[in-house]
Design a protein. Structure first.
Length: 149
Protein backbone atom coordinates (compact mmCIF):
# COMPACT_ATOMS: atom_id res chain seq x y z
CA UNK A 1 0.00 0.00 0.00
CA UNK A 2 1.61 3.18 -1.13
CA UNK A 3 0.58 6.51 0.28
CA UNK A 4 1.13 9.62 -1.74
CA UNK A 5 2.87 12.64 -0.35
CA UNK A 6 -0.39 14.67 -0.55
CA UNK A 7 -2.27 12.18 1.66
CA UNK A 8 0.47 12.34 4.29
CA UNK A 9 0.30 16.14 4.33
CA UNK A 10 -3.49 16.13 4.77
CA UNK A 11 -3.18 13.69 7.67
CA UNK A 12 -0.56 15.92 9.31
CA UNK A 13 -2.83 18.96 8.97
CA UNK A 14 -5.79 17.09 10.47
CA UNK A 15 -3.68 15.96 13.46
CA UNK A 16 -2.37 19.51 13.93
CA UNK A 17 -5.91 20.97 13.83
CA UNK A 18 -7.16 18.43 16.37
CA UNK A 19 -4.23 19.23 18.65
CA UNK A 20 -4.88 23.01 18.42
CA UNK A 21 -8.59 22.51 19.08
CA UNK A 22 -7.82 20.39 22.16
CA UNK A 23 -5.40 23.07 23.44
CA UNK A 24 -8.03 25.81 23.05
CA UNK A 25 -10.55 23.63 24.91
CA UNK A 26 -8.08 23.12 27.78
CA UNK A 27 -7.36 26.85 27.91
CA UNK A 28 -11.08 27.66 28.14
CA UNK A 29 -11.49 25.20 31.00
CA UNK A 30 -8.60 26.78 32.90
CA UNK A 31 -9.74 30.38 32.36
CA UNK A 32 -13.44 29.63 32.85
CA UNK A 33 -15.13 31.77 35.46
CA UNK A 34 -18.45 31.02 37.03
CA UNK A 35 -21.39 33.04 35.69
CA UNK A 36 -21.74 36.64 36.69
CA UNK A 37 -24.13 37.65 39.42
CA UNK A 38 -27.30 39.57 38.63
CA UNK A 39 -25.78 42.81 39.97
CA UNK A 40 -22.79 42.44 37.66
CA UNK A 41 -25.06 41.93 34.64
CA UNK A 42 -27.33 44.93 35.29
CA UNK A 43 -26.81 48.11 33.33
CA UNK A 44 -28.53 51.34 34.36
CA UNK A 45 -29.56 54.32 32.26
CA UNK A 46 -28.74 57.75 33.67
CA UNK A 47 -30.85 60.92 33.35
CA UNK A 48 -29.26 61.70 29.95
CA UNK A 49 -30.09 58.29 28.47
CA UNK A 50 -26.50 56.95 28.67
CA UNK A 51 -25.57 53.50 30.01
CA UNK A 52 -24.04 53.46 33.47
CA UNK A 53 -22.88 50.80 35.94
CA UNK A 54 -24.18 52.78 38.91
CA UNK A 55 -27.86 53.25 39.71
CA UNK A 56 -29.30 56.67 38.84
CA UNK A 57 -29.62 59.36 41.49
CA UNK A 58 -33.28 59.43 42.62
CA UNK A 59 -33.02 63.19 43.28
CA UNK A 60 -32.53 63.80 39.53
CA UNK A 61 -35.66 61.86 38.60
CA UNK A 62 -38.10 63.84 36.45
CA UNK A 63 -41.84 63.41 36.90
CA UNK A 64 -43.81 63.25 33.64
CA UNK A 65 -47.55 63.77 33.39
CA UNK A 66 -49.28 61.16 31.24
CA UNK A 67 -51.69 63.85 29.99
CA UNK A 68 -48.74 65.82 28.56
CA UNK A 69 -47.77 62.98 26.21
CA UNK A 70 -49.39 63.36 22.79
CA UNK A 71 -49.26 60.45 20.41
CA UNK A 72 -49.82 61.29 16.75
CA UNK A 73 -50.00 64.51 14.85
CA UNK A 74 -51.12 67.55 16.85
CA UNK A 75 -54.37 69.10 15.69
CA UNK A 76 -53.91 72.06 13.43
CA UNK A 77 -55.77 75.21 14.32
CA UNK A 78 -58.42 76.39 11.90
CA UNK A 79 -57.20 78.90 9.34
CA UNK A 80 -58.75 82.33 9.39
CA UNK A 81 -60.13 83.11 5.89
CA UNK A 82 -58.74 86.65 6.13
CA UNK A 83 -55.20 85.20 6.40
CA UNK A 84 -55.62 83.61 2.99
CA UNK A 85 -56.40 86.94 1.26
CA UNK A 86 -53.15 88.42 -0.05
CA UNK A 87 -51.85 91.23 -2.21
CA UNK A 88 -49.21 90.88 -4.89
CA UNK A 89 -47.92 91.74 -8.33
CA UNK A 90 -48.24 89.67 -11.51
CA UNK A 91 -44.62 88.75 -12.27
CA UNK A 92 -45.39 86.64 -15.35
CA UNK A 93 -48.56 85.90 -17.29
CA UNK A 94 -49.04 84.20 -20.67
CA UNK A 95 -52.58 84.49 -22.01
CA UNK A 96 -51.92 81.98 -24.80
CA UNK A 97 -50.91 79.27 -22.34
CA UNK A 98 -53.46 80.37 -19.73
CA UNK A 99 -51.28 80.66 -16.64
CA UNK A 100 -48.88 82.91 -14.81
CA UNK A 101 -47.31 83.71 -11.45
CA UNK A 102 -48.00 86.28 -8.77
CA UNK A 103 -45.23 87.59 -6.51
CA UNK A 104 -46.74 87.72 -3.01
CA UNK A 105 -46.11 91.13 -1.42
CA UNK A 106 -45.96 89.74 2.12
CA UNK A 107 -43.79 86.62 1.75
CA UNK A 108 -42.14 87.31 -1.61
CA UNK A 109 -42.90 83.81 -2.87
CA UNK A 110 -44.13 83.07 -6.37
CA UNK A 111 -47.66 81.64 -6.53
CA UNK A 112 -49.20 79.93 -9.55
CA UNK A 113 -52.34 81.42 -11.10
CA UNK A 114 -54.54 79.89 -13.81
CA UNK A 115 -56.56 81.98 -16.26
CA UNK A 116 -59.81 80.41 -14.92
CA UNK A 117 -59.04 81.90 -11.47
CA UNK A 118 -59.06 85.46 -12.79
CA UNK A 119 -62.01 87.74 -12.12
CA UNK A 120 -60.53 90.79 -13.89
CA UNK A 121 -58.24 90.75 -16.94
CA UNK A 122 -54.59 91.17 -15.87
CA UNK A 123 -51.21 91.72 -17.43
CA UNK A 124 -47.64 91.68 -16.14
CA UNK A 125 -46.85 94.15 -13.30
CA UNK A 126 -50.55 94.50 -12.39
CA UNK A 127 -51.26 94.85 -8.66
CA UNK A 128 -53.81 92.25 -7.58
CA UNK A 129 -55.70 90.92 -4.58
CA UNK A 130 -56.08 87.14 -4.42
CA UNK A 131 -56.83 84.20 -2.16
CA UNK A 132 -54.54 81.22 -1.64
CA UNK A 133 -55.81 77.70 -2.15
CA UNK A 134 -53.59 74.69 -1.54
CA UNK A 135 -53.74 72.09 -4.30
CA UNK A 136 -51.87 68.84 -4.87
CA UNK A 137 -48.89 70.67 -6.40
CA UNK A 138 -48.74 73.52 -3.88
CA UNK A 139 -50.26 76.98 -3.44
CA UNK A 140 -52.54 78.37 -6.13
CA UNK A 141 -54.00 81.86 -6.42
CA UNK A 142 -57.79 81.98 -6.84
CA UNK A 143 -60.35 84.81 -7.10
CA UNK A 144 -57.68 87.10 -8.54
CA UNK A 145 -58.87 90.67 -9.11
CA UNK A 146 -57.15 94.00 -9.73
CA UNK A 147 -56.23 96.02 -6.67
CA UNK A 148 -58.09 99.35 -6.80
CA UNK A 149 -55.32 101.22 -4.94
Amino acid sequence: MSETWNKKEREKKKKQNRKEKLERKQERKINHQSGKTLDEMLVYIDENGNFSETPPDPRKKIQINVEDIHVGVPKQKELDPTDLIRKGTISFFNENKGFGFIRDKESGESIFVHIKSLIDPVEENSHVIFEIEFGPKGANAVNVKLDSK
